[in-house]
Design a protein around this ligand. Structure first.
Ligand code: TXA
Ligand code: MG
Length: 340
């Protein structure tokens, strides 16, 4: 997409109370003016605009190169604001909000007339989330309107979990980034569709299907998108991809790994291995990093590792296959889509 208005992108720190207040004030001023700002949330960094202003939201699509058929999540800072965005607030939404908000859960509901078409990609539903991050909350409160925000990366690429990741993708394309450090969750929110009688999990996340089922009952997974439900582009087979080719392999020792490297024709010196259990020694493989074998800690580390492998110049990223138990569902989902 053509870049019409090059910006000198400003990155504001927020690690003291004074800096935080100044950053929030500046972000709210830019947003009130109809511009876009990258902000930290507890999941990943978001690229925010006034959700009630179609022109401001259009600028998000332009900056990301995002296809216009992909709806954007609306972020709120209280229940009253959430209810303004929807035409119908079912009891199940209230129960889930009471339990999981603020937090990494997005609820898809019937939209209200205040939400413009560009946010919903013309559909009659809107994804709503009350994020837990104090900076995001403070900016929404200072604005007084909800913020439409997708992840602050170029379309289809790995989401940012640090301000430097946002800068790498969007420098010159947006006016402002607030640096809130590393995101605590590290992968995008769970997306749950409540707009139909049977709740449906559109995107797994750190709030797992098992945690939702006591409220939702049986939960359809979205692997086979049903024609009655709007397809979520975050469910497309290829998404969340690093620049390097990414493969998911299993090995039991270094010799086994190196044999696979050789038979796949991968250059070992240009390969980056991300391992959680069987760690190869340094030497033959160009880059080796270790991630924790715990789903929450793994999620926190994953995108930063993928960004780091790309920055190092990896040709191939070889990820050690994580376990396939239900707690790993969200990670396996992202890896499946990131894979070449
Ligand atoms: O954690 C997150 O959800 C982050 C932070 C910034 O809040 N946001 C995020 O946004 O990941 P994005 O746009 O990268 O992913 C949102 C996903 C997309 O797959 C989109 O298609 C889906 O949610 N989505 C949004 N609104 C929807 C709707 N009304 N119906 C179905 N899917 C929807
Ligand atoms: Mg995204």
């Amino acid at each position: 997409m053509e870049l019409t208005e090059p910006y000198k992108t400003e990155v504001l720190p927020a690690h003291t109370l004074e800096l935080l207040e100044a950053a929030v004030t500046k972000a709210a001023r830019v947003l009130r003016h109809g511009d876009i700002v990258a902000l930290p949330t507890e999941t990943v960094y978001g690229l925010a605009a006034n959700a009630f202003d179609p022109n401001a939201v259009s600028a998000i699509f332009q900056a990301k190169g995002r296809p216009s058929n992909n709806p954007i999540i609306v972020h709120v800072a209280d229940l009253e604001m959430a209810r303004k965005c929807v035409s119908d607030w079912p009891l199940l939404a209230q129960r889930l909000a009471d339990t999981f908000w603020p937090g990494p859960l997005t609820l898809v509901l019937r939209r209200s007339a205040l939400i413009p078409d560009v946010v919903t990609a013309g559909g009659d539903t809107v994804g709503i989330r009350w994020p837990a991050h104090p900076i995001m909350q403070a900016v929404i409160r200072a604005c007084g309107f909800p913020l439409a925000a997708p992840s602050a990366n170029l379309s289809n690429r790995v989401s940012p979990t640090k301000a430097s990741h946002v800068l790498k993708h969007l420098s010159g394309r947006i006016p402002l980034i607030i640096d809130g450090g590393s995101c605590q969750v590290g992968i995008e929110s769970t997306v749950l569709d409540l707009s139909h009688p049977a709740p449906r999990l559109l995107r797994p996340g750190i709030i797992t299907a098992a945690a939702l089922r006591p409220y939702t009952g049986a939960l359809d997974a979205a692997d086979e998108p049903s024609p009655t439900h709007l397809k979520s582009p975050g469910l497309l087979p290829k998404h969340y991809s690093p620049r390097a080719r990414l493969v998911l392999w299993q090995w039991s020792d270094e010799a086994g790994l190196l044999a696979q490297v050789a038979s796949a024709g991968v250059s070992p010196t240009r390969a980056a291995v991300v391992a959680h259990t069987n760690i190869p020694g340094q030497g033959v493989i160009g880059r080796v990093s270790i991630v924790p074998r715990d789903p929450e800690a793994y999620a926190r580390a994953l995108y930063a590792e993928l960004h780091a492998c790309d920055e190092w110049g990896a040709e191939t990223i070889i990820l050690e296959q994580p376990p396939s138990t239900p707690e790993w569902q969200a990670i396996l989902d992202r890896l499946r889509r990131a894979k070449s």
